[in-house]
Write a protein that binds this ligand. Sequence first.
Ligand code: GLU
Length: 375
Amino acid sequence: MSTESGAKLLGRARRLTVKVGSSLLLPERNRLDAAWLDSLVADLAALGAQGREIVVVTSGAIAFGRGVLGLRDGTLRLEEKQAAAAVGQIGLAQAWQASLARHGLQAAQILLTLDDTENRRRYLNGRATLEALIRLRVVPVVNENDTVATTEIRFGDNDRLSARVAVMASCNVLVLLSDVDGLYTGDPRRDPEAVHVPVVNAMTPMIQAMAGGSGSAVGTGGMITKLAAAEIATGAGCAVVLASGRGHHPLRRLQDGERCTLFKARATPRRARKDWLAGRLDAMGTLVLDDGAVRALLRGGSLLPAGVRRVEGSFGKGDAVLLQAPDGRVIAKGLCSYDAADAVLIAGCRTEDIETRLGYRGRNELVHRDDLVLL
Ligand code: GLU
């Protein structure tokens, strides 16, 4: 059953993100396994030849740089990791570029921080760049920008980064290649009774518990961040395959039916967008509404300037804002069609007066109902 699902899913992949873990690329400490990489890239090229579009998220910069610099074993300090990443990223990107070129594909390097996927404008910018590259038949090779990301704004793991990238690039499949062939009911290294889980339909507490519990600091083989990635991606309409990358041609083997865990996508794109709005985007300001506007929103309508009593915060056009009822309850979140300064100018005004107040003709809605989610 599991075997079929993974193969079928790759068959349905229109655009896919493939995430590669450090331990696959650098199995022997600090030495990149170019032969393995080449076998994976051959699989990617085969998928590309079938008309599928590909995005790569690759780890390995820190491990690679550590080897180049001859840094000691054990835990590195943050600045040492950042230095190692700065050195290693060059070699990592070069290895991908060389291998993709051998298969007739052009590589592009993209380095992202958490901010780039959370800030609406940067997110849209990143998305447009990814889209442009894919249209130009270039394979984006993405990693976290480890050198500039500080602890507070780091993903720290490429599992979640890959999920954000998959969503950003509107992929319908994310393949997480690591050293485990899927999710188990327990830690297979310690629990002989642990059973492989072929399909996950929903991220229930029971599933979370299999990864070592949501509160646990250390997951079973990094399973917690993989589940977090699956949660982000599946919620955005992107199915996830967790598969082993050990051995050559991991994607071909997956297509041939090798064991994996499939996390089903659980949303339509519209629902997904609303989920994204609700959960993943920081609100930059608040619009305080009147009762009429609250009623309109609850009926599924848009927010017009006339229903806004007060504007708080400093936000740009397209940023997320909270929508607050007169009694202080936050009832919704949405993307504002105007920046804070313009929102202040048109708050409370009738739609036909927008142009006179601003000097240009903008949207009628301050927050359109498609860009809004009730909380
Ligand atoms: N961005 C890190 C690197 O390239 C890896 C993070 C991870 O292993 O998930 O070294």
